[in-house]
Design a protein. Sequence first.
Lengths: 152, 152
Amino acid sequence: MEHRIERIKKQLHSESYKLTPQREATLRVLLEREEDHLSAEDVYLLVKEKSPEIGLATVYRTLELLSELKIVDKINFGDGVSRYDLRKEGAKHFHHHLVCIECGSVEEIVNDLLEDVEKIVQSEWGFEVQDHRLTFHGICKQCQLAAVKATQ
Amino acid sequence: MEHRIERIKKQLHSESYKLTPQREATLRVLLEREEDHLSAEDVYLLVKEKSPEIGLATVYRTLELLSELKIVDKINFGDGVSRYDLRKEGAKHFHHHLVCIECGSVEEIVNDLLEDVEKIVQSEWGFEVQDHRLTFHGICKQCQLAAVKATQ
DNA sequence: AACTTATATTATAATTATTATAAATATAAA
DNA sequence: TTTATATTTATAATAATTATAATATAAGTT
């Protein structure tokens, strides 16, 4: 974790941004909750636990900055709030998501899966792909099992 | 167009919803601007041109209803507003989008492209896919050409 | 270590998008 | 025509996000 913070710190400095305590605290929350898909408000509340003096607007600004630097990705699952998701280190592309319409759980897929599709888009549509957003909506394994059990 | 309205009218009735003049006016705007990706506000302003008495909340409610019935899909390209996009008639899945980060244009891809990927998700993750959202971000053909010309 | 300066934060206030409410109206079915 | 229900209107309320102006701070420079 410290390594990762160090690297991000360097990245910030290289683009002449400062690593303020607020930004570091925000980053730490994102790293600690890497599996989650937190909204700005969620992040704010978690940061507040350790740094009670932080303001919501600062969290928003920090998240926006981290988005610009491609350290986090801003996603929207259609529930009216933006969520912020750390990029996997070294990942060229954003990972994919499986959103369960039954229980609301969100699973991540880090495998590429879209290589072939991107080649097609490139050749057939002449579109130079730089990034993607792919989300599947459906029923997760757990909910499928629960449904089967319920009918037994 | 009239055929399509008729069919949607029947679909509404079959689920015991009424096709009110406001709903019909909203639908007509969506059909006329099928290529676009209008926000609720956009739709509202366009409907207002022909039916000035309509309220914004009615447009929101109508769009929500049409979403439930899978007649339109609600999408979010990350600019803070939800956009509403008519489904292609008979399409099982939502179509894909190419968003140009240079000029902001949005192109549609109606081809499936994800069949294989969905099979993998199903078999490897045990996730029962019901729908998807796929958006590519990059440079459209026109902007690529413009960039080449600019360096000549 | 103090100084400087651009950058960042705080504590609001403002804006924007969306949803809720209650009264009035319209519609389809009896 | 009556009745019951669905829908709309005209707000008001809420929720998410962004802007503003005064203050504070990080990090490079003397």
